[in-house]
Design a protein around this ligand. Structure first.
Ligand SMILES: [Zn+2]
Length: 420
């Protein structure tokens, strides 16, 4: 079964490359328009079985990083630091989720390029390129999927391809923009935003006047209703109008205020940099081996890439982009909360609790002793099965109340008294 899948993929990549070569020979590419063939070519390569799911620290990650570096080099961009486009970082990961002691060090590689317009201001445009590999780190939503290739076409070859296109568009057009652009392709995202944390820690040393960060994570599944979630709109007062002004025709925007979310923009928001986060929504293949290239909506991805191009241009021309702190809203969804726990929820489908991807310092969950990696099962008597029931449970709590909150940690049930 795997062999036939592999053969099919190889064939389709080859024929795709054939078509695009022909296409390029006949038609000149407009530097200021995203090109669908380019997007497709990047996604098909990054999400091919050859890259084995791009797990941070794996050989597949190195192959992906080499490909991305070569693309940046072709465009004449400069490395962010030193002589190479690679920015190294390290972190620990638990290989056995039921055992706290067996952790191993993972070495990850961000791939970061700069379009240096010798401007005063700098904007970061980013996406993570790592994914789950063969599910070695147990982030899959499919049970017993260890050993299966998680190709991660939507998550997040789609955002990575969009960043490569934007790098091409900004570097090959005739305009010298008023800002420098840092094109950042992160690794270590799936293990907890590790790569973006590293870049966010160094960005103000290298580019003190970094005024903005735009993140794309899962932008390949624009649905027939054309629903696009844009997060971070509360991180500056100018953003709500701006995202509406440049909205492509037919797109239905779902706006989320919060600067904290389940992806890399969070790392920059936490350094007081205003952010935007684009996301076409979760789906049945999310974090499963079936998140494949043939399921991507390439015309939709092109629309979103052009949208980001227009937004990034407009942001570069703004006189000032004041930073504002946002409430820690957990999700894109509508219910109005009177309280928050201060966690980053895992959006995976589940029946037996919601994973906690991150815990924010000095918020109720952290104060009570809840940790990243815990699985939330109850708030008071209200049962949490996944992110939706979590929101329902949270909506019932009033500020100032105290409730027992139940989590599973290493398979064991633990109860914490949380003051909301
Ligand atoms: Zn993911």
């Amino acid at each position: 079964m795997f062999l036939s899948k592999l053969k099919f993929k190889r064939l389709s990549t080859i024929s795709l490359l054939g078509i695009s070569t022909l296409y390029f020979a006949q038609k000149k590419i407009d530097p200021e328009q995203a090109n669908e063939d380019n997007l497709k070519r990047h996604v098909y390569y990054l999400a091919s079985d050859e890259l084995q799911g791009r797990l941070t620290g794996s050989e597949g990650e190195t192959k992906a990083a080499n490909y991305l570096s070569a693309e940046f080099k072709k465009l004449g961009l400069k490395p962010y630091e030193g002589k190479s486009f690679i920015q190294d970082f390290e972190y620990n990961v638990k290989l056995n989720p039921h055992d706290d002691k067996t952790s191993t060090t993972v070495k990850g590689k961000n791939v970061v390029a700069v379009l240096n317009n010798k401007a005063e201001k700098t904007i970061v445009i980013g996406a993570h390129y790592d994914h789950l590999g063969l599910n070695e780190h147990h982030n899959s939503t499919l049970v017993n999927s260890e050993g299966q290739i998680h190709n991660g076409a939507d998550d997040n070859a789609s955002g990575t391809a969009a960043v490569l296109e934007l790098a091409r568009m900004f570097s090959q057009n005739k305009t010298k923009e008023n800002v420098n652009y840092v094109f950042a392709l992160f690794s270590g995202e799936e293990d907890g935003l590790m790569g973006s944390k590293k870049l966010a820690e160094t960005i103000k040393t290298n580019y003190p006047n970094t005024i903005f960060m735009i993140n794309m994570d899962m932008v390949g599944r624009l649905n027939s209703n054309k629903d696009l979630t844009v997060g971070g709109v509360g991180t500056s007062p100018i953003l709500a109008d701006l995202v509406k002004k440049y909205k492509p025709e037919g797109i239905n925007l779902g706006l989320d205020e919060s600067g904290v979310g389940p992806s890399d923009h969070t790392s920059f928001y936490l350094k007081d940099i205003p952010v935007l986060f684009l996301f076409t929504g979760t789906h049945n293949d999310y974090h499963k081996p079936t998140d494949d290239s043939d399921k991507i909506n390439y015309p939709g991805q092109k629309i979103i890439t052009n949208y980001v191009f227009n937004l990034a241009n407009a942001l570069g021309n703004e006189k000032e982009i004041p930073f504002t702190k946002t409430k820690v809203a957990a999700t894109k969804a509508v219910p109005k909360y009177k309280v928050s726990l201060g966690i980053m929820p895992n959006y995976a489908d589940s029946k037996d609790g919601m994973g906690i991807d991150g815990v924010i310092d000095n918020r109720p969950a952290a104060n009570a002793g809840i940790l990243q990696g815990d699985v939330l099962t109850k708030i008071g008597k209200c049962e949490v099965k996944e992110v939706y029931s979590y929101m329902d449970c949270l909506a019932k709590v009033n500020a100032g109340e105290e409730h027992p909150v139940t989590v599973k940690r290493n398979g064991e049930e633990k109860v914490f008294n949380v003051k909301f």
